[in-house]
Design a protein around this ligand. Structure first.
Ligand code: PGA
Length: 246
């Protein structure tokens, strides 16, 4: 597999952290810290910070994403946000199927698939999260991509996030991350063929930090990271971006 064929992407997942005011301050620190990065840099913020983030990241190398999206275009879905609403704000990415959504908000493989398709149809780039065992990861990947075209796969990133590594400080070994990221690429290959598999960015997520990023990112099938805790500190996030830029 040729790593040069795909984009390394480091995406911050801020989760339910930072008010819009605090977000503005963090972005102010992030802009200089990731300037000139050799990888794609994304920050996924709470809905309430997206407007500010889009405004402050305009003209920089930071791309802005949301952390979730509803699959319907509009209607009686109190509290939900549609893909069209995100696009209208200037948002470029969205995370779907994060394990916290699956665990606390009744997200299923089917709704992950519906959200991914709705987001792609609206023109967003999608970071699909899958996790747990290799067998489950294969199944989650297949279901999440049902009905997604090969052309749309250019806007799909898959993040392997073992649940036990999220927010625990316990990271997968680089060998484990490599093995599962390679398995995900294999599934993409079975569904779309070799060329799409080689072009698809597969990230690792789960306690990635400045100290372990190098080792994880140097693996041939680990094309980037989805970063929770360490994305809330400009220096730590900057160091991970630097590791992915090598
Ligand atoms: P963590 O979170 O980096 O804090 O483990 C990763 C994630 O949940 O995306």
């Amino acid at each position: 597999m040729n790593k040069a064929k795909r984009k390394a992407i480091i995406a911050g997942n801020w989760k339910m952290n930072k008010t819009a005011t605090e977000a503005a301050a963090l972005i102010g620190e992030l802009v200089p810290s990731v300037k000139g990065a050799g990888c794609e840099v994304v920050i996924c913020t709470p809905f309430t910070s997206l407007c500010k983030a889009v405004e402050l990241c305009r003209g920089t190398n930071i791309h802005v994403g949301a952390e979730n999206v509803h699959f319907e275009k509009s209607g009686a879905f109190t509290g939900e946000i549609s893909a069209g609403m995100l696009v209208d704000l200037g948002v470029e990415y969205v995370i779907v199927g994060h394990s916290e959504r699956r665990q606390y908000f009744a997200e299923t493989d089917e709704t992950v698939n519906k959200r991914a398709k709705a987001a792609l149809a609206a023109g967003l780039k999608v970071i699909v999260c899958v996790g747990v065992t290799e067998e489950l990861v294969r199944m989650q990947t297949k279901i999440a991509l049902q009905g997604v075209s090969a052309e749309e796969m250019q806007r799909v990133v898959i993040a392997y996030e073992p649940v036990w590594a999220i927010g625990t400080g316990r990271t997968a070994t680089s060998e484990q991350a490599q093995e599962v990221c390679a398995a995900i690429r294999k599934v993409v290959g079975e569904l779309y063929g070799q060329a799409v598999a080689e072009a698809t960015t597969v990230q690792y997520g789960g306690s990635m930090n400045a100290a372990n990023a190098d080792e994880l990112l140097e693996k041939p099938d680990v094309d980037g990271g989805l970063i929770g805790g360490a994305s809330l500190k400009a220096d730590a996030f900057g160091a991970i971006v630097a590791a992915a830029s090598k």
